[in-house]
Design a protein around this ligand. Structure first.
Ligand code: ZN
Length: 185
């Protein structure tokens, strides 16, 4: 498999190759016109870009992502981003650790971040800044999707506006998504 390219990337020169499908020539340089993988036919000396429907994802502002909370500090929670909604299972090219700042958790004031998230929670969040990989969960459908009891590791169940452990009956608070327990698409 050739390297993954976006439209406008240089894939060769006319001295080496002829321009095949998914490419175009400008001043002797061959550029990709597609998002996909580069294929070079050495024999025919043709460079092509095969558009891929299974291209890796590139995170953008506004993308809804799923991830696991790895650390909860005083002012921010760290989130290991696992996938983009609707595109789960595809690799993400530009993924880094997500930063969920306390001011972006709810649209109201958050007193204690540890009452909103705990490590190993699975959350649904929206990307608001790609450069610093900042996330928000302030919308109703964003927040914790799946959480485990901090006492016995049982999977917490929705109980009104809180979460309850069916094993040890402990009640916990979170910034719960309206999609809690509905699974990940
Ligand atoms: Zn429990």
């Amino acid at each position: 498999m050739g390297s993954f390219v976006l439209p406008g990337e240089l894939v060769g020169t006319t001295e080496e190759f002829r321009s095949g499908t998914g490419t175009s020539v400008l001043s002797g340089d061959i550029y990709s016109t597609a998002t996909g993988r580069v294929r070079i036919s050495r024999k025919a000396r043709v460079v092509s870009v095969l558009p891929s429907t299974n291209v890796p994802n590139i995170l953008k502002v506004g993308d809804v992502v799923f991830g696991k909370v790895t650390d909860v500090r005083e002012s921010a929670a760290m989130v290991e981003i696992a996938g983009i909604e609707g595109k789960i299972g595809r690799e993400i090219v530009n993924v880094r650790l997500g930063d969920l700042h306390v001011s972006n958790v709810r649209d109201s004031y958050v007193k204690r971040l540890a009452d909103e998230f705990r490590p190993s929670d699975i959350i649904r969040a929206k990307v608001i800044d790609v450069e610093r990989m900042r996330l928000t969960t302030s919308e109703d459908s964003l927040g914790v999707m799946k959480a485990y009891c901090s006492n016995c590791r049982g999977e917490l169940e929705l109980d009104g506006k809180k979460l309850k452990c069916p094993v040890c009956n402990k009640t916990e608070t979170r910034k719960i998504s309206t999609e809690y327990g509905k699974g990940i698409q």
